[in-house]
Ligand binder design. Structure first.
Ligand SMILES: N[C@@H](CCC(=O)N[C@@H](CS)C(=O)NCC(=O)O)C(=O)O
Ligand code: FES
Length: 104
């Protein structure tokens, strides 16, 4: 595994809920990332770890390879890739996301 893939792997395995996004939870820099944060807030997540890909070009590109998913945001729960903002919204509406988050 390359250095950046290893860094991403450590991050998602050492934090329960990780969102790779543009900006941060307080100041999202893109509507898709903002929507992802809002969905997680609506689920009552209190232990969200965000990573701002705009501050790390290597991770911005590496994360696309890591999950074989071409866009940001990307959500991971318990080390597993969940999806981008569209998938998060679908899973929120069906209740699956709340369930994946442990019924918070
Ligand atoms: N439909 C996508 C929207 C995300 C998206 O299109 N992201 C683009 C624009 S922010 C992206 O990550 N482009 C590659 C890049 O900026 O590196 C989703 O469900 O999350
Ligand atoms: S930064 Fe332009 S669509 Fe996300």
């Amino acid at each position: 595994m390359s250095d950046v893939q290893q860094r991403i792997d450590d991050l998602v395995k050492n934090n329960r809920v990780v969102l790779f996004m543009k900006g941060n939870a307080q100041f999202p820099m893109c509507g898709f990332s903002g929507r992802a944060v809002q969905i997680l807030k609506a689920c009552g997540v209190t232990d969200l770890k965000t990573f701002n890909v705009l501050e790390d070009e290597e991770v911005r590109q590496g994360i696309k390879e890591y999950a074989n998913w071409p866009t940001i945001p990307q959500l991971y729960i318990g080390g597993e890739f969940v999806g981008g903002s569209d998938i998060m919204m679908e899973m929120y509406e069906s209740g699956e996301l709340q369930q994946a988050l442990g019924g918070q």
